[in-house]
Design a protein around this ligand. Sequence first.
Ligand code: HEC
Ligand code: HEC
Ligand code: HEC
Ligand code: HEC
Ligand code: HEC
Length: 437
Amino acid sequence: MKPLRLILTLIPLGCGDGSSGSDGLLSDELSMPRVPTVALDSFASAEDCGVCHQAHYAEWAASAHAYAMKDPVFRAFVAIRQENYAGEQDKFCLQCHSPIGTRGGDIVAGFEFADLQPITLEGVTCESCHKAASLARPFNSGHVLDPDGPMRGTIAAPLGGSFHESQFSPLHGGSAFCAGCHDLREASGLVLERPYAEWQESPAAAVGVQCQDCHMPRYEGQAVAGGPTRTLHRHTWIGAGIPLLEGFVTKDEEAALRVEVKRLLAGAARVDIAAPAFVRAGDEVDLDITVKNNISAHNFPTGSTFNRQAWVEVVVRDGDGRVVFATGTLDARGEPRGSELLQLGSVLVDARGRRVLLPWRATEHVSNAIEPLRERVFRLRVATASAGRGPLSVEARVLFRAFSPEALRALGLDEYAARLEVHEVSRDVAGVELRPR
Ligand code: HEC
Ligand code: HEC
Ligand code: HEC
Ligand code: HEC
Ligand code: HEC
């Protein structure tokens, strides 16, 4: 089989836009100050907000943002990093997962999750967003928190009252607001996540479509019971995964979430097979598998692509349904197999060129993700010698899974592997006639 035409993009090291090098990214006066810059007890719990903003609270409570500090995968990574650096870098991973706890001094060297204050464990809670007064940089927890300031949002003329002061904030309506946490650089400077950087060069940005337009869909409703009907924004932040921790959401909420995740992923990319009408028995057949990213705003996949799995499965069967060729089907470990797997995600590689799981061991981030609205063609040359009678049927599917079960096992999280789901993003079929020589 001919080698695949994989395009490997080396994501450039981030520098030049406000980053102060690796030392700055480890003891950062904004997000990881040596002494606390905000008082933990000056922030209110999400539950307090839920008294009036019931819908916002219920949606947030089942979202990835509420999960950010409970996530067992996050905790497992953090535990290894704590050990690797003897506590010296403990704040680094926490700055976005708990901006309040990190700035408020709750995250100290050698901290344990069990000892953290409730507000820290709320993760990306209401006030980590609504008390953000400005953005100092579009990555690594760039928000400047102002606990004594007003509640900032995008209602132009909010009702006034004794509950809290409110202020219209255009910052909250734009993609840069999300960038503060969603674009991530390792302490080494290696760029790990960059949906905002991708968005900046995207067709969506050119026409003013923001992250919120897709990830916080609008609906008509009341921000508080008895208040005026307004255009509100969903606080569900549907993404690529469901919480692996059982009991974080109810069974019903989980079922609903799985449906929403499927809906977001379905059609995020499209696969098309171009195959010749016939092949002579015993000859090789060339298949062009085209994958198009249908998302106008960022790569497919995006975000933590080094943890995600996105790949193309191609199965060719003969007229009796026997498999003649397959790539991307799951092996006994549950991993997609194939010596020339059609990968769409990314891999972290260390100085010796080996694939690594821990981002802080990586010196390179090699990505196969497809840019917004662009397509990638993979050519497969398939031998037909083993085929019985024709015609050949070709099936191609773009598949997506939030984690590799193998990676979960490596982290000691075997129990969650069964909760992972392989999603079909797109599927195409084609037939190839098998003619005698
Ligand atoms: C006692 C009731 C009450 C509580 C508690 C409350 N709010 Fe509000 N909040 C309101 C009302 C009323 C409005 C105005 C709604 C409107 O104009 O439609 C509002 C507006 C807002 C806005 C919109 C501001 C803007 O200009 O866009 C945000 C954001 C907000 N609240 C967040 C919070 C958060 C976060 C908490 C918890 C820390 C909270 N609220 C607690 C009653 C409350
Ligand atoms: C045009 C709609 C659209 C816009 C705008 C958009 N996204 Fe997405 N986003 C999607 C779709 C569809 C997916 C699911 C496919 C995927 O995971 O790549 C997704 C997935 C994601 C994920 C989950 C990725 C993963 O696999 O973990 C994150 C995080 C994300 N988007 C962040 C952002 C951010 C940040 C912005 C703004 C810079 C943004 N998105 C703008 C449509 C959009
Ligand atoms: C990850 C950041 C984030 C978190 C966490 C968050 N919000 Fe918001 N919220 C926003 C953004 C952004 C908007 C405005 C969206 C827009 O205009 O596109 C908003 C809008 C609002 C509004 C104005 C009405 C509306 O729907 O537009 C209220 C009220 C509100 N949020 C309350 C809350 C409450 C209560 C919580 C916690 C239970 C919370 N938010 C958690 C980012 C956040
Ligand atoms: C204060 C930091 C912070 C801000 C601000 C923030 N996020 Fe997030 N977001 C996170 C973290 C941390 C997670 C992952 C939590 C986890 O799973 O452990 C996350 C998860 C998500 C997910 C789920 C991804 C998945 O794969 O399931 C989506 C979607 C998302 N955020 C969208 C947004 C959008 C849109 C905005 C801007 C309106 C935003 N976020 C602002 C920190 C933030
Ligand atoms: C710049 C802010 C930021 C920092 C710093 C950060 N994260 Fe995250 N983390 C996020 C966001 C945003 C997501 C959601 C990404 C997505 O779903 O694509 C996330 C998601 C995760 C997840 C959930 C699974 C996944 O891959 O989506 C794990 C695990 C995780 N982070 C571990 C870490 C570790 C370990 C560190 C320290 C090396 C770290 N994070 C530092 C913002 C951050």
